[in-house]
Write a protein that binds this ligand. Structure first.
Ligand code: FAD
Length: 291
């Protein structure tokens, strides 16, 4: 099923995420995590793409497992920063061959040790979106950044670039993680004002490793509210407590989003079925099977 048709339904949707293994020996472990997450019956499951080789070859394989063996809607990520147009065409053909209808079109991070952009190759995700659009009937998602993308100095310019990307053929957007919902509400107001009308899926990161998240937020420029920092400071050395607090924080964020009319929630579940399951259970009377 196309994700845009799921998002158009008059209800709250919840999606989960898997990432491919860094080496083939961990493939079965990832499949096992995917299978367990599928038991939570998410509306779709996304599979990330490792830019520049490594895990990239397994994205379509895992997305195909989601789509064909588990009978769920799969969203395959695809980055273009380190790819030739032929490689992109090859990936899209592979997706089409196994019935994957949804692709998240991304640029990827610019590699530090390679020339960019390669001659005649992609520079921005918008070019990949146009390419996919020209190749047929995929439902196309893209990334957006409520706090602005790190490379772009002015948020208004970032939103102008986003508008161009959407106009190239994006059906829906998924946000970068954020820990203060007001950041999202403000962003939604600003993009709607600029005429970006496609559905926006709110990306929620349950924090289970305090130190890792502090570093990731520093790199991505994500604002950490004091309330959140206090939690990380208190429990980052106690993994069980940190996981419990991270699940509670993510749950609260999602409840507030839904209460304020956000209808599409994506959990960055990172191959952690137990974390996804705890959040889904916390929401069972709100969006789950007990409502
Ligand atoms: P773009 O939309 O191309 O934007 C990149 C930068 O270029 C922005 O600063 C933008 O303002 C600027 N820009 C765009 N168009 C123009 C223009 N015409 N002129 C001037 N500047 C312009 N990475 C992975 O490697 N694999 C994944 O699976 C993955 N999944 C992700 C999923 C989500 C939901 C998100 C939010 C990010 C994901 N990423 C992933 C990270 C992403 O690849 C990086 O954040 C990357 O740096 C930007 O990708 P993009 O598609 O947003 O790029």
């Amino acid at each position: 099923m196309k994700i845009i048709d799921i998002l158009k339904q008059d209800r709250v949707t919840l999606s989960l995420e898997a990432f491919p293994p860094k080496n083939d020996s961990a493939f079965d472990t990832v499949i096992n995590a995917v299978d367990r997450m599928s038991g939570l019956r998410p509306d779709f499951m996304s599979v990330t793409y490792g830019a520049g080789g490594g895990t990239s070859k397994n994205t379509v394989k895992i997305a195909s497992h989601v789509q064909n063996d588990l009978g769920m809607t799969a969203l395959a990520h695809l980055t273009c920063v380190s790819s030739t147009r032929e490689e992109v065409a090859h990936q899209l053909d592979a997706m089409r061959a196994c019935g994957i209808e949804n692709v998240l079109a991304l640029r990827g991070d610019i590699p530090k040790d390679a020339a960019f952009p390669l001659p005649e190759q992609y520079r921005y995700a918008s070019e990949l979106v146009s390419e996919i659009k020209s190749r047929g009937d995929f439902c196309i998602g893209a990334a957006c950044y409520p706090e602005g993308h790190t490379e772009c100095e002015h948020k208004e310019d970032d939103i102008a670039h986003l508008k161009h990307k959407v106009d190239c053929g994006v059906d829906f957007l998924t946000t970068q993680m954020f820990f203060d919902n007001n950041v999202l509400y403000n962003f939604l107001y600003r993009i709607r004002e600029r005429g970006i009308t496609v559905p926006v899926v709110a990306g929620i990161m349950p924090v289970i490793n305090g130190k890792q998240i502090a570093r990731a937020c520093e790199l991505s420029g994500t604002y950490l509210p004091t309330r959140f920092k206090m939690i990380v400071d208190k429990w980052s050395d106690k993994p069980d407590a940190m996981r419990q607090a991270g699940i509670a924080y993510a749950t609260e964020q999602i409840i507030d989003l839904i209460a304020n009319g956000v209808r599409a929630i994506h959990i960055y579940s990172m191959n952690r079925p137990e974390v996804a399951a705890a959040i889904v259970e916390n929401l069972s009377y709100i969006i789950g099977d007990k409502q």
